[in-house]
Design a protein around this ligand. Sequence first.
Ligand SMILES: NC(=O)c1ccc[n+]([C@@H]2O[C@H](COP(=O)([O-])OP(=O)(O)OC[C@H]3O[C@@H](n4cnc5c(N)ncnc54)[C@H](OP(=O)(O)O)[C@@H]3O)[C@@H](O)[C@H]2O)c1
Length: 248
Amino acid sequence: MTIKNKVIVITGASSGIGEATAKLLADKGAKIVLGARREERLKELATEIKSSGGQAVYRATDVVNPDDSQQLVQLAKDTFGGVDAIFLNAGIMPNSPLSALKTEEWNSMVDVNIKGVLNGIAAVLPTFTSQKHGHIITTSSVAGLKAYPGGAVYGATKWAVRDLMEVLRMESAQEGTNIRTATIYPAAINTELLDTITDEDTAEGMTAMYKQFGITPDRIANVVAFALEQPEDTNVNEFTIGPTNQPW
Ligand SMILES: NC(=O)c1ccc[n+]([C@@H]2O[C@H](COP(=O)([O-])OP(=O)(O)OC[C@H]3O[C@@H](n4cnc5c(N)ncnc54)[C@H](OP(=O)(O)O)[C@@H]3O)[C@@H](O)[C@H]2O)c1
């Protein structure tokens, strides 16, 4: 499937992986709909894409709010006449040991990383089901495949996403709705993700680890593009991707 002229919604588009993916897909001729909470960042990104000859619109979106996700998809339809794919990428990672009892952060991770993905799925599913076409891509994490100390709740949310996406794919195949899914499991990618960590020891350890191993977010953008570019009858379910030298 060619990416050119496809309408693609991206959450978490204001930085890191979402921003890099928006730029790459816009370069390939997609019509991009950007969502995140920091509107100023989205505005700057949309301006940059348009000044390079691409097409992009944006809307301030909190994925925790179901109505915001619905409105983001509606913006795609109102502006570009439909929606072909959504990249559910918004996420936070305020890691800490469970014993630190940062329960508000636990809840925020569940809200953004799980409910945010569910809200995005709910926003596109009726359209994808009726048009019998659509692609739902998510950013899980290697933390959704392998447990590590300090990452209990983050890993649990990313583990949940793995299950959701796998069942979504299976149900769509059963129901004959042709919805494709792809779940991406990145390891250390240099973005703003570590900024959400408030536990000092965890922040120190993870910063050192990312400094040693981290690679740039365009590597994940390439994988999103690869999934989108496959023929309509081909689903690439999962990608695990990270630095060659990271022994995670
Ligand atoms: N970097 C890594 O090593 C790595 C590894 C594995 C998985 N991931 C996953 O990759 C995804 C992207 O993260 P990143 O690494 O690119 O980090 P990032 O630079 O911090 O980007 C996170 C994005 O999520 C958005 N976001 C956070 N809360 C949101 C909310 N409530 N509503 C809407 N948007 C929200 C942020 O925008 P606003 O603050 O403007 O809302 C930002 O655009 C996340 O799901 C993360 O868990 C990252």
